[in-house]
Design a protein around this ligand. Structure first.
Ligand SMILES: Nc1ncnc2c1ncn2[C@@H]1O[C@H](COP(=O)(O)OP(=O)(O)OP(=O)(O)O)[C@@H](O)[C@H]1O
Length: 800
């Protein structure tokens, strides 16, 4: 007999009387009432915990060990310590069992239920479950296949039941199955018992109409009188699922599509919560709170004094409208701020709001554009409604060209929705009265493509152009941004002026910042406000990377180089031959620039690869000038050709390094011929060579013969420049050699190096800023640390 308790068994009491273990009761409470639990309790508990944590593997191991023990027992009668332990355990289990039985007897006093102890093993349970599920599956499969096999056809139903008069009623269930109730006693293999005990056979039908028709025909044939014909009832059966399931895929598909669309269009409310589609027509304008958000004032916008003055009028109006209205003056409704990217249009608009102290609603033109028709117009309406409610207020529409493009100009098909939005904007701007005290400012980089209706007086009355800043403007912008940075020049003054008078100290600091800003401005011609802000920030980042305590001129110069020429490509290692070619190429540019009167002053020659594909560069500082003569153009072209000509003069073959120079040269020459009337043969005429607003060039505005003449003139100019360049560089062959060798060895040459190598420039530099801030003071010099590193890498070798 199997032992009732084994070491690895989980004890479960199984009530034979009830046939199952009541769920609410644990095995322990089934066996013995808690109050009668005695000293054996602790043993049992620990036993259970131990066993219940065992894995099937550990059980197996233990099982193997038991059988091994038996084997050993057979071989030798002497008991091992393990056997002794097993024996002891068995005795304890027996005692425990007896104990339980006694207590049960005592509890039920002779009426004890028939209790049987069984072993429950995890593995056994799993096996059992597996077997049961397999059986259930097989049974289901068998039943289903059997059902399919035995399904009654209509013909069988007709011959076996209908024609024999065994049918008493027909129920069409869910329009596809028929339950035929047979007369009592008509049982067969195919019948099942219906709810009231009547035998039933079932079969399926294709369509109710055909079934009815067939039934009629059969009964006609059997000459059954109309009143005795079989009644046909229609019943719908099944759960709610039967109704839901057919429509569920469609509902899920539509719901999914809606969800994806709503999410893509950002219509799910701010946090994906409710609001959704109902908010679509509302304006997305961001409202800046005067007290907390708009902290920008006019003093933060530097270098565009005229624009500031223009816009100041709006501020004065919003602050004191009565002053103007009293005199009968109408206040401009809006202003278009136009200019190149990063020139400070948004900044100026924000400063206007900051100065005026009124609500500032900022929105981007593209935010009006939505895939749904009418949404843009509705948002415009809502924006103006909100502004009127808050008046006095400023609306700022950034990138207005997104909605304000000229109407009916879409060469590739119109965009009605955008035009609707623009129309609504025009209507709103017309619609509000001067007394509404709402001012609309708009920013764009492309004022040329805006609809004329938008620019007429009464709408955007003022056109404020913000140009790229000149030298003084850049200096002023640098001052604004440098004021937020810990500068080495200022820190040095602080350290050396302890105890001196504040006014003197302040003067020194101002001078230092003035000089720094001036020098940086001289090094950054053509930079817009955003570039300057970026440079200052980059400089501080470079200083932080160097673990410096303050930001020095070198850091800013590195930042400028990075913005102009791109990142230094330390990974791009040139072969000695390539390096030599690049050195001669750059030396050619440098010598041309040095000996041509109208060339810009040179600040640096470098053969360190930078940015996209640039293996070296000669950096010149163009002066601020508003007119360029044909001779100046010529000198620029000669200078650009200097690289290729130098390669030709020093090497048997030429390289691809001059492709970018040629692009510039061709562009300049073509501009001279086509736009500036600088070709005698073509004459004083300008040809429109611009692309259409959609970026498609449809046709040239000149004849084929003119096109040929233009091409010939462009070539003539370049050829002439080439000849002059060759003449110049042949004459200065030795100097080119000198410069190339030095740049090859040092990688970087500054202006001072050039003076040392080739002597001072024969023409005065006509660049005031250059004279003031850079003359005699090297810019873009390698830091001592960098020079050391270059030496370590062996860069100071000489060219063979
Ligand atoms: N005149 C300026 N004075 C001080 N900082 C300026 C000036 N112009 C631009 N900046 C700096 O450049 C940043 C970008 O300027 P802003 O966004 O106003 O340019 P934008 O003309 O609106 O450009 P975009 O046309 O690309 O929208 C500003 O946040 C500011 O730091």
């Amino acid at each position: 007999m199997k032992p009732l308790f084994t070491r690895r068994s989980l004890l479960v009491a199984h009530s034979l009387k009830n046939g199952f273990l009541p769920r609410s009761q644990t095995w322990r409470s089934m066996l013995i009432p808690a109050k009668n639990w005695t000293g054996t309790r602790s043993f049992t508990q620990s036993q259970i915990i131990r066993n219940s944590h065992k894995t099937p593997d550990s059980n197996k191991e233990l099982g193997n060990k038991d059988s091994d023990d038996k084997e050993k027992n057979k071989q030798t009668k002497k008991k091992t310590p393990a056997e002794e332990e097993a024996q002891r355990q068995k005795e304890m289990e027996d005692k425990f069992r007896k104990d339980i039985e006694e207590q049960i007897k005592k509890r039920f006093q002779g009426n004890a239920p028939n209790i049987k102890m069984i072993n429950v093993d995890g593995q056994q349970i799993a096996k059992g479950a597996l077997v049961i599920s397999t059986v259930v599956l097989l049974l289901t499969f068998f039943l289903v296949s059997n059902q399919q096999k035995d399904e009654l056809s209509f013909q069988d139903f007709q011959t076996r039941y209908l024609e024999k008069g065994l049918v008493q009623k027909l129920n069409v269930v869910n329009r596809f199955a028929v339950e035929a109730e047979l007369i009592p006693g008509a049982f067969s293999d195919e019948t099942v018992r219906g709810p009231n005990g009547t035998p039933i056979v079932t079969f399926t039908i294709g369509s109710i109409e055909v079934f009815e028709e067939t039934m009629k025909e059969i009964q006609d044939k059997l000459s059954i009188p109309t009143e005795e014909r079989l009644p046909i009832l229609y019943v719908e059966r099944g759960s709610l699922w039967n109704l839901i399931l057919p429509v569920l895929p469609t509902v899920l598909l539509i719901g999914g599509l809606y969800y994806i669309t709503a999410k893509r269009m950002g219509l799910m409310g701010a946090n994906g919560g409710p609001g959704g589609i109902f908010k679509i027509g509302k304006s997305n304008a961001k409202l800046f709170n005067q007290e907390t958000d708009v902290k920008i004032k006019f003093k933060d916008v530097a270098g565009c004094e005229e624009s500031k003055e223009e816009i100041m009028e709006f501020v004065k109006f919003l602050q004191n409208p009565q002053k103007y209205e009293k005199l009968g003056a109408k206040i401009p409704r809006g202003a278009i701020l136009s200019g190149s990217p990063g020139t400070g249009k948004t900044l100026l608009a924000k400063a206007t709001a900051g100065e005026a102290g009124v609500p500032f609603l900022s929105v981007s033109g593209s935010e009006f554009v939505e895939m749904y028709v009418g949404v843009g117009a509705s948002r415009v309406r809502d924006l103006f409604k909100t502004a009127r409610e808050m008046a006095p207020a400023i609306i700022f529409v950034d990138e207005i060209d997104a909605i304000g493009r000229e109407r009916g100009n879409g060469k590739m098909g119109g965009n009605d929705e955008r035009e609707n939005t623009l129309n609504q904007l025009l209507v709103e701007m017309d619609g509000f009265e001067a007394s509404d005290h709402v001012v609309v400012l708009a920013g764009t980089n492309r004022v040329d493509i805006l609809d004329k209706a938008l620019l007429r007086p009464g709408r955007f009355d003022r056109h404020i152009t913000i140009d790229t800043p000149d030298g003084e403007g850049r200096k002023a912008i640098f001052k604004v941004h440098l004021s937020k940075i810990t500068l080495k020049a200022v820190e040095d003054i602080k350290a050396s002026n302890k105890g001196t008078e504040f006014s003197k100290y302040k003067l020194e600091v101002d001078d230092a910042i003035e000089f720094l800003a001036g020098r940086l401005s001289a090094l950054t011609p053509g930079f817009a406000g955003a570039d300057i802000a970026n440079c200052c920030n980059e400089g501080a980042l470079i200083a932080a990377r160097d673990d410096a305590n303050s930001v020095d001129m070198h850091h800013f110069e590195q930042a400028i180089e990075r913005v102009i020429a791109g990142l230094e490509k330390k990974s791009r290692i040139l072969s000695p031959q390539e390096k030599k070619t690049v050195a001669y190429h750059e030396a050619g540019h440098a010598i041309c620039g040095w000996f041509l009167q109208y060339a810009d002053p040179l600040v640096k020659v470098s053969i360190i690869p930078r940015g996209q594909g640039a293996l070296g560069y000669a950096q010149f500082l163009p002066k601020e000038q508003y007119l360029t003569s044909d001779v100046q153009f010529m000198h620029k072209i000669i200078m650009a050709l200097g690289g290729r000509v130098s390669e030709e003069l020093h090497f048997p073959t030429v390289t691809s390094g001059a492709s970018d120079d040629f692009k510039k040269v061709t562009g300049m020459a073509r501009h001279m011929v086509v736009k500036l009337g600088m070709s005698k043969r073509i004459g004083n005429i300008t040809f429109d060579e611009e692309d259409g607003s959609e970026g498609f060039k449809v046709h040239n505005t000149y004849s084929e013969s003119t096109a040929l003449a233009i091409d010939e003139e462009v070539k003539r100019i370049i050829d002439e420049a080439y000849a002059q360049c060759k003449e110049l560089l042949t004459e200065k062959l030795e100097l080119v050699d000198k410069v190339a060798e030095e740049v090859y060895a040092k990688e970087v040459l500054t202006r001072e190096d050039m003076i040392r190598l080739v002597g001072p420039r024969p023409f005065p530099d006509q660049n005031e800023a250059f004279d003031k801030y850079l003359k005699g003071q090297d810019a873009f010099k390698k830091l001592p640390k960098q020079v050391d590193e270059a030496d370590k890498k062996g860069n100071s070798d000489t060219m063979e």
